[in-house]
Every structure is written in C-alpha cells, then in structure tokens.
Write a protein that binds this ligand. Structure first.
Ligand code: MLC
Ligand code: AMP
Length: 491
C-alpha cells in the first residue's frame, strides 16, 4: 500500500477531513477510496498508470478520489474548476485521459467534450458506490500525479511526480514544521497545485491531523474560521494575507480585537508561492502576533527552501534548503557562484519531479547534465539565509500565487480581430504580486472590456489582463526581439 494510505490505517476514528459541514474519519476516507479504486478497476488487477482526470471541488470526495486512483494504480490528474473548456480539453488531450470523474456542478459544462474528444464522463456518485476488490501493490517509483504548470512555452506542461516524489515532498515539510496528529488546518487553496495538495492537505493526512476545506476564498468566512479556535495551522499565498489584512482594517475596533486575540494562539502560519512583501509580513505580525514563515517552492520540486520553524524567520528571505533538498546557485555559465553572489537556483533530491508528461526534450532541457533541476529563479545568500531576487524570464508572471505564461496570453490575444501584435507583462502590484498587463499594437479602435470578455472564452479570469495600453509598435532590441522591460516602462 502507498505509505500515505497505509498510515491512515493507524489513525482510524480520528477526523481526517471536514467538508461541507461534515466530519470524515480516516477509516471513512480509506473505505471510500477503496470503493473508488474497485469501481475504477472494474475487474482489472491494476490501472497501470492510466490517467484519471477529475473535476471535483476541494472536499472529502476530492481526497477519496485522489486516493482511490492511487490505490488502483492510476495517475491522478486534478482539473481546475476555474478553467474554461478549451484549457480543460488541452489537459485531457495531452494526458489522453480516458475518463473524467465529475462533480454534478460541472457535468453540463464538460458534456461537449464527450463528443469533441471522446472522453467519458463518470459521475462522482457512481465511482463512490460501495465496492471492494483486491488492490494492486504499488511500487513507489510509479507515476502518481500530473499537475499542469505554465512556463516559458505557450502551453502549460504536465509535471509528473511519482509516489516517492510525493512522499519526499510531504515528509520534509512534516519534519521541518513539526506537524503532529493534533494539528488542524484550513485549506482555502485550489487543489490542482502543490501548495494546496501537498503542503496543506497531504501533510495533514500524513500526520493524522485534520484538514478542513473552504472551497472558495472569502475573507469574511476565513476570518470567522480563524476565530473559531479549532485551527492550529494556516497556510496561504501572499495575496490572501493581503486580503485578510484589508478585511481586518475595515472592521470595527472591537471586532479587530477579537480577531487578533484568536490568531495569536496559532502554532504556525506560512506564506509561499510568491514573494511575501515585507510590509505584509509586518502588518500581519502587528495584527495577529504571528511572524509568517516564508518558504520557496515550485510544482517541479515541491518545497525547496524554508525559514526556520524554531529559529529566526527573517522578512524578505526564504531561509535554507529543507532536509533532503540539495541546492546550489550558478552563474550564466552554470558555474557555482562565489559566496554571497546572486545565481540561479538549481535543485536536486528525492522531491524533484520525474518528467514533463510526454515531453522528453523539455524534460532534458530542464536539467543540467549532472541532474540538477534548473528552476529559473535567482537568489543570493544574505547573512546566512537565502533571498529570492527574481526570475530569469520576463515571460513568467506570478499573480495571486498563480504562475502564468505571458506567451500563452499573447498567442490568444493575437487572434482578436484588429490586434496586429502584442506583448504581455506582469506589473508589480502590492495585492496580486504582479498584474497581467497587455501592450497592444493596433490601427483599430479597440474596446478593452470587449477584449477581456473575448479572452475569457480561452483563459481563466486570473490570466485576463487588468491593464491595456495601445502602441503603434513594440520596443525591440537590435535583433528585433521585443524588450519586455521597456514594455513595462510604457505603462
Ligand atoms: C482574480 N482577480 C484578479 C486576479 N484574480 N485581479 C487581478 N489579478 C488576478 N490574478 C479579480 C477577479 O477578476 C475579480 O474581479 C476579483 O479579483 C475576485 O476574483 P476571485 O476569482 O473571486 O478571486 P479570489 O477568489 O479572491 O482569488 C484570490 C486568490 C486566488 C488569492 C484566493 O488567486 C488563489 O486561490 N490563489 C492561489 C493560487 C495557488 O494556489 N497557487 C499555488 C501554486 S503552487 P471583479 O472585478 O470581478 O471583482 C506554487 C508552488 C509553491 O506556486 O511554492 O507553492
Ligand atoms: P509554480 O510553478 O506555480 O509552482 O510556481 C513556482 C514559482 O513560484 C517559483 O519558481 C518562484 O518563482 C515562485 N515562488 C514560490 N515561492 C516563492 C517565494 N517565497 N518567494 C518568491 N517566489 C516564490
């Protein structure tokens, strides 16, 4: 049995998940996931790494399905509920998933794909019906999950992790942040990215702790849950802390006092997925008494660096490599940088992903010849702790914690009638980290709200530009390449 599932047998009646107002024990989670596995196997002995996609909001059902796919020997492909149909179609075609397990809320939405690409939709209730069979033995080196991530190519790539990778990603955090079975965490993050899946949900379940789902972020509801007294841990992206601070600031003074009193009792609060602005860390500390622990990670590596749980958590820094993670900084010639000099982060270790799904060339390019994963992030050592300085590519934007490819948006935008050319950039923004912004070359008189509405057919809301400017040409260097840093200055 996969160790994460095996461990659940020793937690039995403890509450594993709180979802839609109900509590579910570890036993219930295991039983249901075994039914899911039996229903997926339908007499077969092993799914043999078949890709099983699922579109299910964060809930008990989501976890039971993920575990069921794993127990049956399949590869879990969680889909994003915010994505428009073409983005989902891309993932299903890329993974060649034969079935999609679908929550009733999304059934009608996905139905056109049954005809379009021949994928079979299976109702969530059907795969959860009580069933039993002998389950296969799963070797930890087998592929377990594919998560889609944007990069320096237009289309997202599928990041494949094995069971061993996932276990390494979980255990390093459980040890570093001293997870224990009496912990209780709230998950407000989407469950198609590592932050929600690994750092929050899987670490809790590995530890015998409890994970409560709130499927859609809402500052008021999050504050209400933070004040309930049942949580010991909280993890979020910087934008969420920004929004929680804004809510606190707008509350009446007696309310503010109540909020601050309860949050000071938390064991740990963590921020990651994007740079945590120092003023946000300071304000959060002022209102909650909590010094956020900032850590650095990536879909391909899980978590790489973390500030200390017990020692100094220095604002603006991401700490040191986590146990089991090897890290080095290199210059543009791939030589290790001198002490205290900036360099690109490269990572090695058991948590590093196996491959980009069916992209051999891209996988090869992502690693050095001696096996280091090239992150594209630049950092420097500063008085004993690492600090992230930025990225080597201007084509990657981080907004609200989501990684976004400027090239993907440009490819869609160029198809809008009247757009002759365009350049998409991320502009710094306190709330979102960066805000997607488009510089458009056109001779026509274009309406930006029409462009945004039209883009929503192909792109989720978080990829839609929030700022537009119109130019007669784009700034270019002597080789004719668009200079995005100059584009940024035009806004
Ligand atoms: C939404 N809006 C944005 C936006 N996203 N505006 C600018 N930039 C963006 N990126 C706008 C919407 O259009 C809407 O506007 C309003 O904000 C509310 O939209 P929403 O969809 O309701 O937003 P909200 O739910 O508040 O989303 C904010 C959020 C979300 C922070 C909760 O972005 C989120 O869940 N981020 C987490 C992503 C994540 O998990 N990343 C981890 C990747 S893994 P209007 O005008 O209609 O009101 C990784 C590795 C690691 O990075 O290290 O962890
Ligand atoms: P993703 O591909 O969505 O997993 O995003 C990973 C990227 O998020 C990294 O390559 C970094 O650029 C960024 N990131 C994650 N954590 C931090 C952090 N603490 N500070 C700065 N950037 C971060």
């Amino acid at each position: 049995m996969i160790n994460l599932l095996e461990r659940a047998t020793s937690f039995k009646d403890r509450v594993a998940l709180v979802s839609n107002g109900f509590s579910y024990s570890y036993d219930a989670l295991l039983d249901t996931s075994q039914s899911v596995a039996a229903n997926l196997l339908k007499g077969k002995t092993d799914l043999q790494e078949a890709r099983i996609a699922f579109l299910v909001p964060p809930s008990f059902e989501y976890t039971a399905i993920q575990w069921g796919i794993w127990a049956a020997g399949g590869i879990a492909v969680p889909l994003c509920a915010l994505h428009p149909l073409p983005s989902i179609q891309y993932v299903l075609e890329d993974t060649k998933a034969e079935i999609v397990i679908v929550h009733a809320d999304f059934h009608t939405f996905l139905m056109p794909l049954e005809k379009e690409i021949g994928v079979k939709l299976v109702a969530l209730e059907k795969v959860m019906q009580t069933n039993q069979c002998i389950l296969p033995q799963i070797d930890l080196v087998r592929r377990a999950m594919i998560l889609y991530t944007s990069g320096t190519t237009s289309k997202p790539k599928g990041v494949v992790t094995t069971h061993a990778n996932i276990e390494a990603q979980i255990t390093t955090l459980v040890n570093a942040w001293e997870w224990e079975k009496d912990d209780y965490i709230l998950n407000i993050l989407p469950l198609h990215h590592v932050h929600g899946i690994i750092n929050v949900m899987s670490c809790a379940l590995w530890s015998g702790a409890c994970c409560e789902f709130l499927p859609k972020f809402d500052a008021e509801r999050v504050w209400a849950i933070l004040q309930s007294g049942r949580l010991s841990l909280f993890m979020a992206v910087p934008t969420i802390y920004y929004k929680l601070i804004a809510f606190w600031e707008n509350a009446a003074i007696p309310e503010q006092k109540k909020m601050s009193k309860t949050t000071s009792k938390f064991r740990l609060m963590v921020s990651g997925s994007a740079a945590l602005p120092v003023p946000v860390l300071e304000k959060w500390r002022e209102i909650t008494g909590q010094t956020l622990l900032e850590r650095y990670g990536m879909t391909e590596i899980g978590m790489g660096l973390s500030n200390s749980y017990i020692e100094e958590r220095r604002p603006g820094h991401v700490g040191l490599p986590l146990p089991g993670v090897e890290m080095r900084l290199v210059d543009s010639h791939n030589l290790i940088t001198e002490e205290n000099q900036p360099g690109e982060i490269q990572i090695k270790g058991p948590s590093v992903f196996k491959e980009y799904w069916q992209k051999e060339a891209a996988t090869k390019q992502a690693f050095t010849e001696d096996g280091w994963f090239i992150t594209g992030d630049i950092a420097e050592m500063n008085n004993g702790l690492y600090k992230i300085l930025g990225r080597d590519s201007v084509d990657i934007i981080k907004s609200g914690g989501y990684k976004i490819s400027a090239l993907e948006i440009e490819d869609v935008l160029r198809k809008f009638p009247g757009v002759d050319d365009c350049a998409v950039v991320g502009l710094p923004n306190e709330e979102w980290g960066e805000v997607v912004s488009a510089c458009i070359v056109t001779k026509a008189n274009l309406d930006t709200s029409e462009i945004s509405e039209w883009l929503k057919n192909d792109l989720p809301a978080y990829k839609i530009p929030r700022n537009y400017i119109f130019q007669s040409d784009l700034p270019r260097n002597v080789l004719g390449k668009v200079t995005k840093n100059e584009v940024k200055k035009l806004f």
